[in-house]
Design a binder for this molecule. Structure first.
Ligand code: ADP
Ligand code: 5GP
Length: 191
């Protein structure tokens, strides 16, 4: 395998997907290929099957688990499954591309374990839990109950930060995105 794997993880609402979209649109030099995960959650308004996620029923998801199609999968929120498909990662990395993934803290550590120093795990830290609540509420994509569930998990997720290769604080968006781009550029797998 010649390419590299970049993992971005953070409490929901911190800004991972906005950073990834921004870098994919503005930094062709980084050769980023997004790893589309599978999930059993319903699409949000504006999300498309095979773009943000492969939206599966729980039954379809469990069939893929049984068939060994996942690099990793987690029940990130009670009753909601998310997973990284082998088919999204291995071929692109073998071809020498950079695969970027937006996955939860436990999934990130599983990917790190499997791919070792081919993978760089970046934790994106929100400036505060209060700001996280503002971002989740302003995003306007989740019900009040879902916002509460996501916030309730944020403190726990932040305890995983020291296990990551590096931490980037997403306070000023463009500064954070530039910092992530720099880390990706500097990363030399296997060194
Ligand atoms: P995640 O993918 O981590 O769940 P999103 O990328 O969806 O988070 O970002 C959550 C919301 O916060 C979005 O509405 C996004 O536009 C906004 N956002 C992202 N980064 C910042 C920032 N640095 N300052 C203010 N708002 C931000
Ligand atoms: P959301 O529902 O906001 O899109 O994502 C919720 C959480 O699931 C986020 O923390 C996101 O990083 C995580 N997630 C998305 N895809 C995967 C995946 O393939 N595996 C794991 N373990 N987590 C994922």
């Amino acid at each position: 395998m010649a390419g590299k794997i970049i993992i971005l993880s953070a409490p929901s609402g911190t800004g991972k997907s906005t950073i990834i979209k921004h870098l994919m649109a503005t930094r062709p030099d980084l050769d980023l290929h997004f790893s589309i995960s599978a999930t059993s959650r319903k699409p949000r308004v504006g999300e498309t099957h095979e773009k943000e996620y492969y939206f599966l029923t729980e039954e379809e998801f469990r069939r893929k688990i049984a068939a060994g199609e996942f690099v990793e999968w987690e029940e990130v929120y009670e009753g909601t499954l998310y997973g990284t498909l082998v088919s999204e990662v291995e071929k692109k990395v073998e071809e020498g591309h950079t695969v970027i993934m937006d996955i939860d803290v436990k999934g990130s550590l599983s990917v790190k374990k499997r791919f070792g120093d081919r993978a760089l795990a970046i934790f994106i830290m929100p400036p505060s839990i209060q700001e996280l609540e503002v971002r989740l509420t302003n995003r306007g994509t989740d019900s009040a109950a879902d916002v509460a569930r996501r916030l309730a998990k944020a403190g726990y997720e932040m305890t995983f930060a020291p296990q990551f290769d590096c931490i980037v604080i997403n306070d000023d968006f463009f500064k954070a995105a530039d910092e992530v781009a720099e880390k990706i550029k500097e990363f030399r797998p296997g060194e």
